[in-house]
Design a binder for this molecule. Structure first.
Ligand code: SAH
Length: 261
C-alpha cells in the first residue's frame, strides 16, 4: 500500500480565457508536482500551478517538436510511479477531440487511476463568443460536434450530417474548408445556410467571419482566418448575421432613410 498517494488528473483548461477554467481544475493544478501541457493551452493558466511544479510542454505548436502520444503516456506513468502527482492539461475539454480518451485507456491499462476534470469545449465557447447558441428552439433541435480532418475513423459522412438539420460544429476544419463546404453543397444543403468561423476564441486575438454557405470558403480565405478555429454551420448562425447587419445599419448614418436629419 502507498502511504502518500500520487494522483493523476486529466484536466480541461477551457478555450483560452483563463477565467473560463473551472475551480476544480485550478485546485487540482495547485496540487500537481508535474504539469504536462498540450498545445492550445493558454500558458496563463499555469499561474494556478505551484511555483515549484515541473512544467513540461508536450504540444506541437510554436516550433516545439511534438511528443508522440506514447511518449506522453510513458512520461505520465513514470511520474506517477515515482510518487509524483501529475496534471495532464489539455485545451477545451479533455474528452472532446483531445485524445484524452486514449490517454485514459493507456493509464487504466497500466493500473493507474486518473481523475477527469471537464473544461469548456471550444465548440460551445467559440460560437458563444460571437453570440451564437449551438441550440435554439427556433433553429436547431440539436448539435453535432465533428472533426474536419477525419483522422482515425475516416471522413465524416457530410451528406448524412447535412440531412440532420442540426447545428454542425466542426473542429480542425480550416485546412479542408473548401472540401467540406463542397461536400455539404453537393449533399443538398442550401447555399443560403448561415456559417461562421471563429479563430482563437475567447483570447485577445479572437477574429471571426460570417457568410452564407455559398460564399463561406471565399469569405474565410479573404479574411485570412486560420487555425485554431471552430466552424459553425446552421440556422443558429443567423443570430450573429442579423446582429452584424443591425450593427452595420446603426453605424451607417442615414441607412434608415427616414432617420436622416
Ligand atoms: N479538446 C479541445 C479540442 C482539441 S482539437 C476542446 O474541447 O476544445 C483542436 C481544435 O479545437 C482546433 O483545431 C480548433 O478547431 C478547436 N479550438 C481549440 N481552441 C480553440 C479556440 N480558442 N478558438 C477556436 N477554436 C479552437
Amino acid at each position: 500500500m502507498h502511504v502518500a498517494m500520487s494522483r493523476a488528473w486529466l484536466i480541461g483548461a477551457g478555450p483560452g480565457d483563463v477565467e473560463l477554467m473551472t475551480l476544480k481544475a485550478t485546485r487540482a493544478l495547485a496540487q500537481a508536482d508535474v504539469v504536462l501541457v498540450d498545445d492550445l493551452v493558454n500558458p496563463e493558466v499555469l499561474q494556478f500551478a505551484r511555483a515549484d511544479a515541473r512544467i513540461v510542454y508536450v504540444g506541437k505548436r510554436g516550433g516545439h517538436p511534438s511528443t508522440p502520444q506514447a511518449g506522453i503516456v510513458a512520461q505520465l506513468l513514470d511520474h506517477v510511479r515515482a510518487g509524483r502527482s501529475v496534471a495532464r492539461l489539455k485545451g477545451g475539454d479533455p474528452f472532446v477531440f483531445g485524445r484524452g480518451g486514449e490517454e485514459q485507456q493507456a493509464l487504466h491499462a497500466a493500473g493507474v487511476e486518473v481523475e477527469v476534470i471537464n473544461g469548456i469545449t471550444a465548440g460551445i465557447a467559440a460560437p458563444a463568443a460571437i453570440g451564437i447558441p449551438v441550440t435554439h428552439r427556433d433553429y436547431a433541435q440539436g448539435v453535432v460536434f465533428v472533426t474536419g480532418h477525419g483522422a482515425g475513423s475516416g471522413e465524416p459522412d457530410w451528406a448524412a450530417l447535412a440531412a440532420t438539420q442540426m447545428t454542425l460544429v466542426i473542429y480542425m476544419g480550416m485546412r479542408r474548408l473548401d472540401d467540406i463546404v463542397g461536400a455539404l453543397l453537393a449533399a443538398g444543403m442550401s447555399a443560403d445556410t448561415p456559417c461562421a468561423a471563429i479563430e482563437s476564441a475567447t483570447r485577445p486575438e479572437q477574429r471571426h467571419a460570417l457568410a452564407r454557405l455559398g460564399e463561406f470558403a471565399a469569405t474565410v480565405s479573404r479574411a485570412g482566418l486560420g487555425s485554431p478555429a471552430i466552424v459553425v454551420i446552421g440556422g443558429v448562425v443567423s443570430l450573429a448575421l442579423m446582429r452584424a447587419a443591425a450593427q452595420a445599419d446603426a453605424a451607417t448614418p442615414g441607412a434608415h432613410g427616414a432617420a436622416t436629419p
